[in-house]
Design a protein around this ligand. Structure first.
Ligand code: UD1
Ligand code: UDP
Length: 363
């Protein structure tokens, strides 16, 4: 089995690390980095910490408008796929790198497989929602993290090739949480006391590219009774400066560079609560039993809200303030995202699919 895995952005490195490790034990993997994230702290650090092999190809696409970026990825990826002729194109999540892989794969004789399929925010203004829908519809195999995702696909008529596997990020954090407690010194470095700080991240276009939303978020976070540590994505730093919010933000929040995975997980695990608009961070907060407020109107990870660990507060200053001050720690903790063996299940399913699909040499 020869699998070509496509990654490009920070959360995809975390997800691919889980599958890649197992994939290389049973088959051949060619790892392609589109170049979507290229800064050391958004890319290289994940390869080092998670022991991901150096990508065989880096398409070097970098930042652009969505159309140009996706088009460049499609053109360059098609040449790689022509050259290596894999059995499977393996895609992760919902970024432009995911969509580029789906377009290339769906026009060739290759199995397209999507990890984290079936998620829906029901908000088509999000670029990620369009990427998810198009990728799921172009995929032969949909590996889904939750029962809700199975239903979402069925609602759109996708039932063939759908496999519940659980969530690869759960696999990832089970390992990283323990390792980060042993290895990370971030709490000491930042002079933070376990359980006595809040952690914030913001990078969603709907928040960063809208001045009033970003200002409401800064003001809401600034009201926190605990210190707020804020590892800031470069686009958020740029926008805080552009909108004249930088001084306001740095006066009240501890803005630091994006962190490597282990230090970030240590912060998540040690925080009293998390405020974010990230998809992955909502889930990781849930896995670490850290209450989360999500600064968006909706989420794909509805189970975390249903069981009370996650509150949707929107980019709304008053609601952020209220959720930061309220005392809420749910008592029950269900496990809707599997048992930490999603990577293993995905590799077995791929292996079965490729073996079954192979032409019979006797014919
Ligand atoms: C992308 C994904 C988003 C995902 C996020 C993970 C899309 C549409 N968006 O958002 O779904 O949640 O990655 O973090 O695919 N930049 C740098 N250095 C880098 C990369 C980006 O400074 O290494 C800056 C550039 O100014 C760029 C901006 O960040 O224009 C946005 O980068 P981009 O990859 O387009 O989107 P993200 O916000 O990172
Ligand atoms: N993350 C990290 N350092 C940071 C912020 C996030 O390692 O400073 C990790 C986080 O633990 C998660 C992933 O990056 O695994 C989430 O990425 P992001 O929030 O950028 O994207 P999303 O999940 O929203 O697509």
């Amino acid at each position: 089995m020869h699998v070509c895995s496509i990654v490009g952005a920070r959360p995809q490195f975390v997800k691919a690390a889980v599958v890649s490790r197992q994939l290389r034990e049973v088959g051949e993997e060619t790892l392609v980095h589109t170049g979507q994230h290229y800064d050391e702290e958004l890319s290289d650090v994940f390869f080092e910490e998670l022991d991901i092999p150096e990508p065989e190809y880096n398409l070097g696409v970098e930042s652009e408008t969505h159309g140009r970026q996706t088009a460049a990825m499609i053109a360059r990826l098609e040449s790689v796929v022509d050259e290596i002729d894999p059995d499977v194109l393996l895609l992760y999540g919902d970024t432009n790198s995911t969509l580029a892989g789906a377009v290339v794969g769906s026009k060739r004789d290759v199995t397209v497989a999507h990890v984290e399929a079936g998620l829906r925010s029901e908000n088509r203004a999000m670029p990620e929602e369009i990427n998810r829908i198009l990728t799921d519809h172009a995929s032969d195999l949909c590996f889904v993290p939750s029962e809700t995702a199975v239903r979402n696909l069925a609602d759109e008529g996708i039932t063939d090739g759908v496999h519940w596997t659980g969530d690869v990020m759960y696999d990832a954090i089970l390992d990283a949480r323990e390792r980060s407690r042993r290895r990370s010194t971030i709490l000491e470095d930042l002079d933070l006391e376990e359980g006595k700080f809040a952690l914030a991240t913001v990078h969603r276009a709907g928040n960063t590219d809208d001045r009033s939303n970003l200002a409401a978020i800064v003001d809401g976070l600034a009201s926190s009774p605990l210190p707020v540590v804020f590892p800031a994505h470069p686009r958020t730093v740029d926008k805080l400066r552009e909108y004249g919010l930088w001084t306001r933000a740095t006066t009240h929040l501890e803005i630091i560079d994006p962190q490597g995975y282990l230090d970030f997980v240590r912060l998540l695990d040690g925080a009293e609560r998390v405020a974010t608009d990230s998809g992955g961070v909502q889930k990781e907060a849930f896995f670490c039993s850290t209450p989360c407020l999500t600064m968006r109107a909706e989420t794909e990870w509805v189970e975390t809200v249903d069981c009370g660990w996650n509150r949707l507060v929107g980019p709304d200053e008053a609601r952020i303030r209220e959720a930061l001050h309220a005392d809420w720690t749910p008592t029950s903790h269900p496990h809707p995202y599997g048992d930490g063996t999603a990577g293993h299940r995905i590799v077995s399913l791929l292996s079965d699919h490729v073996t079954t699909d192979a032409p019979d040499p006797a014919l």
